[in-house]
Design a protein around this ligand. Sequence first.
Ligand code: HEM
Length: 133
Amino acid sequence: MSSPQQPEQTPYEALGGDAAVRRLVDRFYELMIEVPEYHHIRKMHPADISSSNDKLYRFLSGWLGGPPLYMEKYGHPMLRARHLPYPIGIAERDAWLACMLQAMEDCGIEEAMRMALLKAFYGTADWMRNRPE
Ligand code: HEM
């Protein structure tokens, strides 16, 4: 019999854990190259995307309620401060979010989860804006 105290499933578990987060981040950065509308944000990243990929994968693992892999390797994310060198306005925020939405679709994440995550991503991406519009 299941206990009424049983904690709810985290988004990390609902998505399918580590392999699902890796797949999502891989697809996210693939799309940044494939889709011309995302090229301006791809160009802000290093030519070799592997370390950016590893950082986002580790960050999302903890952000989704899974193991805090980013903290274990790099310490506190201080995301806003780390994005200050890159000019992020509404266009960059929206390109990042569109790329992530498309990656979630391509990975087969079901609609209710996709919409809930998009809303949460919006909050984080909007907070990263550092240019007056
Ligand atoms: C709003 C539009 C965004 C743009 C244009 C953007 C762009 C970038 C760029 C250019 C880097 C540096 C890559 C590197 O050093 O390898 C970076 C790092 C990072 N971004 Fe974003 N980002 C955005 C939003 C987000 C959001 C919403 C998240 C999380 C949900 C996120 C998570 C990260 C992480 C974890 C790093 C690595 C930080 C570090 O350790 O240096 N970013 N981002």
